[in-house]
Design a protein around this ligand. Structure first.
Ligand code: SAH
Length: 342
């Protein structure tokens, strides 16, 4: 099979070039073309010889995503992209513009097999995991399209990043590499539904990224109703893994909690949540659940949201309510899919 050279770090790329009988420094040029100039073919690499270009074309590939559609929100300028992967699978990515810069939300898998009840991305199951290059290229294509630098990346789109662990780590390595786009680790967030063994592995990588954990319930019973992954990993163990993550990295964990009217947004839920997170250096991000057409979950009203937030704050927990972006283009949390719905 042709080697995907865009998924390799610079050292690995050097080894490939040496095996092709080339000098190692060629790797630096090719890496720069792929990860800084965002070239879409070997032909664009004008400072390497035609002969080497041909050699690369014969034995290597560098996946580039094809932009199928882009939608722009009339509410807040959020843009949602549908990209085709080289094999025809599709993923969505979202660009949000903030005062502090451009943030891109990328997908880590085509589809998802986690089955969260309120999420559209999982409805058709998992097609496959994305390669590092396919994750990177979502950021690159968007940066090229908008003509502005992307400063923040959140791995919160379609898929479960910790169900694609090795590729995620390689993606993070290349994305933050000073010879690549050089995005600061602190400007990157990885969101997981709570795959505990891989959270522990991630803690040992000692990265300065933010880990976000989708909690959505304060008790094991309620969490199991919303998230099948809770059948495998118990809620107290999950919180314990988050404490370890903080101990290992010094990075405060963010808990995501989608508020569903009448399901998990009552005063009792807030008190239980405060109890669960007691004494922990963390942050809770409340997300009024975004409706998806296949389910009848109802978003909590603004009064319920404020009451929930106040209650948590009374117990000394830091809380923010996520500003919802791109809802008119189904670009908000849990609304991404691997096909276009008309
Ligand atoms: N698989 C990862 C990342 C993708 S989901 C994870 O589970 O964290 C990104 C966030 O959106 C998660 O917190 C997820 O639970 C949340 N989410 C999913 N569907 C949602 C919906 N309909 N409304 C609000 N948030 C939702």
């Amino acid at each position: 099979m042709e080697q995907d050279v865009k998924s390799l770090n610079q050292k690995e790329l050097e080894a490939v070039l040496v095996s092709l009988g080339e000098k190692p420094f060629r790797a630096r040029q090719i890496y720069h073309w792929m990860h800084v100039r965002h070239a879409s073919s070997f032909d664009e690499m004008t400072d390497i010889s035609k002969a080497l270009q041909e050699k690369l074309k014969a034995g290597c590939q560098m996946p580039v995503l094809r932009q199928v559609t882009v939608q722009r929100s009339k509410l807040d300028g959020t843009m949602k992209y549908l990209f085709a992967l080289p094999d025809g699978n599709m993923v969505e990515s979202v660009r949000m513009k903030y005062k502090h810069g451009n943030s891109v939300c990328i997908s880590s898998q085509a589809g998802c097999r986690m089955g969260c009840r309120f999420c559209a991305s999982t409805l058709d199951g998992l097609a496959r995991s994305l390669t590092p290059a396919e994750m990177l290229d979502q950021v690159y294509r968007i940066q090229e399209d908008i003509g502005e630098r992307v400063s923040h990346v959140v791995v919160m789109g379609m898929g479960e990043p910790l169900d694609n662990y090795e590729n995620l780590i390689k993606f993070l390595e290349i994305l933050t590499d000073e010879n690549g786009l050089h995005i600061s680790q602190r400007n990157i967030t990885v969101s997981t539904c709570g795959i505990i063994p891989n959270m522990r592995r991630l803690a040992r990588e000692k990265l300065q990224i933010t880990l976000a954990v989708s909690l959505h319930a304060a008790t094991q019973e309620k969490r199991r109703e919303l998230m099948p992954v809770a059948n495998k990993y118990e809620i107290h163990e999950l919180v314990e893994a988050c404490r370890e993550y903080f101990a290992n990295t010094g990075r405060r964990v963010t808990f995501e909690y989608s508020l569903v009217s009448g399901v998990n947004d009552g005063a009792k839920d807030a008190v239980q949540l405060a109890g669960l997170l007691k004494g922990m250096n963390c942050h809770v991000n409340l997300i009024p659940v975004n409706p998806i057409r296949e389910r009848d979950y109802v978003q909590s009203g603004s009064r319920a949201v404020v009451a929930f937030k106040d209650k948590l704050e009374k117990y000394g927990i830091t809380v923010t309510v996520r500003r919802e972006m791109g809802r008119d283009i189904d670009g908000a949390c849990g609304q991404l899919r691997r096909r276009q719905i008309l």
